[in-house]
Design a protein around this ligand. Structure first.
Ligand code: ARG
Ligand code: ZN
Length: 866
């Protein structure tokens, strides 16, 4: 089968649907390999063109069609593996279509499939067309009635969206459930689940006193792992009432956790389907990061009920309308639940690790893309995380009160509609009287703005001048860029470290000078506080000033940022030294600045831990013209050793002080303790001192929670010592029946910097613990190796690239969405030396030349090649 070049879909070609749908009646007769689906829908013309009705459909077996009760013959319609077209239609009609599908054979995990025997659906973005023929686009909204018929013994639980109307036994050991969702919704929010699942229930009383039943469905045996998810759900429901006045709108909210899932989770109306990773947690199997992830994703999907479901997207180019806004909302929620500065720092780390490189490479696209081949390739860090930054900037420019008015107006205007990013911005503008015309360039211009800051102080005039110049480099398809409108939060500190003033500058010109009057002595400026704009800042700070900001800035984000900037500066110097064969120089001042942070009892422990973590190898790579993974690794290891040497006594004392026998609690304070304790432990490990190794091994064995055990295992996984193999073996023996913990075991090995890691990864592919059909396993082993192990992935012999490419091609036949998501690391070829460039390009060419390649993977590989 020769690869068919996928079609390009363009925003400018958007047309309203030819027909609209009032109500959809679905009947599912569930059989593992031959499920029958009857879809009866009332259509009416949306214009007077008498256009044919074109329904999307993929991998469907068409059994019958009838129009207003008359069975259609082959001459009445045309059909291929993409669509079904019916001409000559009345203005209003009832269409009944019967199809057959194969849930068991559905390895793409899009549409109706089975995960460990449980039937479940994933319809966003275009999975509904794999269930029945339909106008599978978000601007076709209808109410749904869903009847499920299934075997009673193997599928005692039958779920769909909305309310349960009926549940009865029928002959032959079957039973039947009828669901009705009163809220009109697009097909991507349809969901069905059927299986033998355990259930944990609770209730939530809304602000108007309505009781909502909450149920979480999991595989049997996991009942003791859902408390945290349930608590998070209730907290999210309460928070959305308090912060945005948004109340839940049905009496039932169901969450189902499945092991095989392409993404994190899905916000189907009142029937969220989740990756188990974002539901299941207990202290001996989940880390603090897992707990935080669950809290955030549970909230994210819940918040979609208003931002996504009640008001949805007109078309998929508007994806960020719901995703950027909902990420902003979940970040705000997490900030209120735990430490706001630490939450901000971790959001910025994700943005820099995933989005900035995307914006700087061949896959750069605007927050509102203008074209795509496969929409599933556009669930990106740009649409989600940069999209959230865009909302955050509006929030900063408008202020909380105006922002809230804008949200209220948005719901007042658009409840029940499918709308655009422009509609959202219009509501914000109209509610606040703030002009966002130029600001909206953030939706249409790709790339990360570079802002250069210069400043000077005039003693005589007691004036401080700050000049900001912005530049946005060309991105694919966009050569000329206009200046952006952005809020830049600044502060001035006097030499005692006291804040003289703070302000948010509204920057909109290519080059602009801001003057601050009555400044009595030369201040130190703090720039882009709280990361008020998602930019790359170039400011000529001296190292003395950076140490000063680390010690004194009243904005915690800026304090952390000063430590990162200082560390980056040093490390890039060390990289140069390594490349020239010169010895490294130890910078005592940096280490002393870190020590002050470490010993500062005014700071939260989780914040201190973040400040002590050096910029990642990936971040350092992004700062280099030509990436040198070996030099980066060597420099970073050396700096870690220097810090460890000088602060060993402090680390040891703090490590001991923070050890605790108290039972595990996932609250922010205890997370902070563990974060700092384990950061100290990882520095203590640098010395290769046998006493420290004993400390780590002891923590591995005695830990009463997964955070501590995993921290010790991660350290050991980089040690050439028997203790490493012993711990890895022990870990697998302890947890081999626990899929999510086995994922950690795979990742920790895939991340190791020890020689032979590629061979280990290759061997793990045939280990009983691995399955290429399970996306979590693929991400944990292959994804982590390709994304998070630059040293081995970019081995100069090309073995990492070849291994990775073989896996992409293997996966493409099974699950194109997952295969396509793995291509991105190869797309960074331009950033490497000639030898690696050639190797990487050759692999991309090998992908494109493969017969029968999916459109998803074709798009990613061809764009990556450029
Ligand atoms: N809407 C989901 C979320 O962010 C993501 C689902 C995307 N699925 C996909 N196959 N692209 O909450
Ligand atoms: Zn989402």
């Amino acid at each position: 089968m020769k690869t068919e070049q996928p079609q390009i879909i363009r925003l400018e070609d958007y047309r309203e649907p030819a027909y609209l749908v009032e109500n959809v009646e679905l009947v599912f007769d569930l059989e593992s390999e031959s499920t029958r689906v009857v879809c009866a829908a009332t259509y009416y013309a949306n214009n007077t063109d008498n256009a044919p009705l074109v329904l999307d459909g993929e991998d469907l077996k068409l059994l019958h069609i009838s129009l207003d009760g008359r069975e259609l013959g082959e001459n009445d319609y045309s059909c291929d593996n993409k669509s079904l077209t019916i001409p000559d239609l009345p203005e209003r009609f009832e269409l009944v279509i019967e199809t057959e599908i194969d849930p068991k054979g559905n390895t793409q995990l899009s549409g109706l499939y089975q995960s460990n025997g449980t039937y479940c659906t994933q319809c966003e973005a275009q999975g509904f067309r794999r269930i029945t023929y339909f106008q599978d686009r978000p601007d076709v909204m209808a109410t749904y009635n869903v009847t499920i018929i299934a075997d009673k013994a193997s599928c005692p639980v039958l779920l769909s969206n909305g309310n349960l109307l009926e549940h009865n036994d029928v002959e032959d050991d079957q039973h039947i459930a009828v669901w009705h969702d009163p809220f009109p919704k697009p097909s991507y929010l349809f969901a069905l689940v059927a299986g033998d699942l355990a259930q944990v229930s609770d209730t939530f009383v809304t602000c108007t006193g309505r009781t909502v039943d909450l149920h979480i469905f999991i595989e049997h045996g996991n009942e003791d792992r859902v408390d945290w998810a349930m608590e998070s759900l209730k907290a999210a429901m309460k928070w959305d009432e308090d912060r945005f006045g948004l109340e839940y709108d049905l009496d039932l909210y169901n969450i189902v956790a499945v092991s095989d899932f392409n993404m994190g989770a899905m916000e189907n109306k009142s029937l969220n389907v989740f990756n188990t990773k974002y539901v299941l947690a207990k202290s001996d199997t989940a880390t603090d990061a897992d707990y935080a992830g669950i809290e955030g994703v549970i909230a994210h999907e819940y918040f979609h009920n208003w931002t996504g479901n009640r008001v949805t997207c007109r078309d998929w180019f508007q994806l960020s309308l719901k995703e950027g806004l909902t990420v902003f909302r979940d970040q705000e929620f997490s900030s209120d639940m735990r430490s706001r500065p630490c939450e901000r720092i971790s959001n910025v780390k994700v943005l820099r690790a995933a989005q900035f490189p995307e914006d700087a490479g061949p896959l750069a696209h605007p927050v509102r893309p203008e074209q795509y081949m496969a929409i599933d390739n556009f669930y990106t860090a740009t649409v989600y995380n940069k999209g959230s930054e865009v909302i955050r900037m509006m929030h900063t420019l408008l202020g909380e009160d105006n922002f809230r008015k804008g949200m209220d107006l948005y719901f007042e205007r658009h409840d029940g509609q499918a709308v655009t990013c422009d509609d959202f911005a219009a509501a914000m503008m109209d509610a606040s009287d703030i002009d966002l015309t130029q600001f909206k360039l953030w939706y249409s211009q790709a790339g990360t703005p570079e802002v250069t800051a210069h400043w000077s102080y005039d003693h005589e005039a007691q004036r401080f001048d700050l000049t900001l110049a912005q530049h946005l480099a060309p991105t694919p398809g966009q050569n000329d860029k206009q200046p952006m409108h952005m809020p830049i939060s600044v502060g001035l500190l006097d030499l005692e470290g006291m804040e003289i003033l703070s302000d948010v500058l509204s920057v909109s010109k290519a080059r602009e000078t801001f003057s601050f009057e009555n400044i009595e002595s030369e201040p130190v400026i703090s720039l882009n506080r709280d990361f008020s704009a998602p930019i790359k800042l170039k400011a000529a700070y001296s190292r003395v000033e950076l140490a000063f900001l680390m010690a004194n800035d009243s904005d915690d984000f800026a304090r952390w940022e000063a430590a990162q900037t200082y560390g980056t500066d040093l490390l890039l110097d060390m990289v140069k030294a390594y490349q020239k064969g010169q010895p490294f120089k130890k910078d005592e001042d940096f280490i002393q600045a870190l020590r002050q942070t470490l010993l500062n009892d005014q700071l939260d422990l989780d914040f201190i831990a973040l400040c002590l973590q050096l910029p990642t190898e990936g971040y350092l790579a992004e700062q280099m013209e030509t990436i040198d993974v070996v030099a980066i690794h060597q420099a970073r290891e050396a700096l870690r050793r220097y810090i460890a040497e000088d602060l060993q006594k402090d680390f040891l004392r703090i490590f001991r002080d923070l050890r605790s026998d108290k039972p595990y609690s996932p609250n922010a304070a205890s997370c902070g303790q563990r974060a700092l304790k384990n950061t100290c432990l990882s520095y203590l490990a640098e010395g290769d001192d046998p006493a420290c190794l004993a400390l780590i091994t002891a923590q591995y064995h005695n830990a009463n929670n997964m955070t501590d055990r995993m921290a010790a295992l991660s350290i050991l996984s980089n040690k050439e010592a028997d203790a490493r193999l012993e711990a890895l073996e022990d870990f697998y023996t302890r947890f081999k029946d626990d899929a999510l913990v086995v994922d950690k075991w795979l990742s920790v090995q895939a991340m190791s910097s020890l020689p032979g890691t590629l061979a280990t990864v290759q061997n793990l592919m045939s280990h009983e613990a691995f399955s290429i059909r399970n996306p979590n396993k693929v991400r944990s082993l292959i994804g982590v190796f390709a994304h998070a192990n630059p040293l081995h992935y970019h081995n100069e012999d090309g073995s990492g690239y070849a291994f990775h490419t073989d896996r992409i091609l293997e996966l493409d036949k099974i699950n194109p969405q997952i295969a396509a998501r793995m291509v991105a690391p190869l797309g960074k070829w331009r950033r490497f030396d000639k030898k690696r460039q050639d190797l990487m390009k050759a692999e991309l060419q090998r992908i494109i030349a493969t017969d029968g390649l999916s459109g998803d993977t074709f798009e990613m590989a061809s764009k990556s090649l450029g």
